[in-house]
Design a protein. Structure first.
Length: 280
């Protein structure tokens, strides 16, 4: 499916019916890994309409030459939400860079949101710096990676422990997207990466059910900066998962990942049902 936002044909996919959830993927990826990460949870939970988009410059959505700032990217996401979910409340899930965009949505569209989940979110400082962890692998087995393509050589270093199934998960859900991303666009955007305006500043506390999931050994975005969002998200479960880096999800820690997303959905359903209860 496609919807045109500011002249950009944004490609997206809808699964299920019910309360809308917009899911925003990360940098140089597309919606495929989000489907792999999250559909095993949603498949067991009727009542949620999942809307997975490909951001501009990723997957099947092109990035025009004029698109070069985070403010513009956030406007695209806001416009997408307004067009695809024009009425009512919704939840937002963002992963990695998508978590940074989801934070911008929270700060600019909070009256529309039922809840928010930030999965290994990138939360850079105002100068674009990140408080990251040193790259580390605790359980190393190079023999599992003897058939890497040149553009896969980063994978063993990115994993906190080595299992062959992790390589296969990245190959199926991530590498096809990495290979078609618009890196010229990403270079432009990286020069104007930090949020500006209202999206850059913490807003009043958001009292919807929230989730912040981070990897204790994440050398890409770290975990500490996400913890600084707790005052802004007073109903957040904040988890720092050991034996997980930036591949937290179906790759490194699928059981705890799915358990905590499932718990977030439990809390959202209580919130959703409570909206229809008479106030005494």
């Amino acid at each position: 499916m496609q919807v045109t936002v500011r002249g950009i044909p944004v490609d997206y996919e809808v699964r299920g019916e019910g309360t809308p959830v917009v899911l925003i993927h990360g940098w140089s990826c597309d919606r495929r890994y989000m489907l792999d990460d999250l559909e095993p949870v949603f498949d067991q939970r009727p009542g949620w309409q999942r809307i997975y988009l490909d951001l501009p410059g990723h997957g099947k959505t092109p990035a025009p030459d004029w698109l070069s700032t985070q403010a513009q990217m956030l406007q695209i996401v806001q416009g997408f939400i307004s067009d695809v979910v024009p009425d009512g409340r919704l939840a937002v899930v963002g992963s990695s860079y998508g978590g940074y965009l989801a934070l911008g949505v929270l700060r600019t569209m909070r009256e529309r949101l039922l809840g928010v989940a930030l999965l290994i979110p990138d939360v850079p400082a105002t100068d674009g710096s990140r408080d990251t962890e040193q790259n580390v692998t605790f359980f190393e087995d190079p023999s599992l990676f003897t058939d890497l393509a040149p553009d896969e050589e980063w994978i063993p270093r990115a994993l906190v422990r080595h299992e062959r199934r992790m390589l296969e998960a990245i190959r199926s859900g991530d590498m096809p997207a990495h290979r078609i991303a618009d890196y010229g666009f990403l270079e432009r955007l990286e020069r104007n990466y930090v949020h500006t305006g209202a999206a850059a500043e913490p807003g009043p506390p958001f009292h919807g059910p929230s989730l912040i999931l981070t990897g204790r050994q994440d050398s890409t975005v770290g975990f500490r900066s996400a913890g600084r969002l707790l005052d802004e998200l007073p109903r957040a479960t904040y988890a720092v998962i050991d034996l997980a880096g930036h591949q937290l999800g179906r790759v490194e820690r699928p059981v705890v990942f799915r358990t905590l997303v499932d718990d977030w959905l439990d809390r959202l359903e209580l919130e959703r049902e409570g909206e229809h209860q008479p106030v005494p």
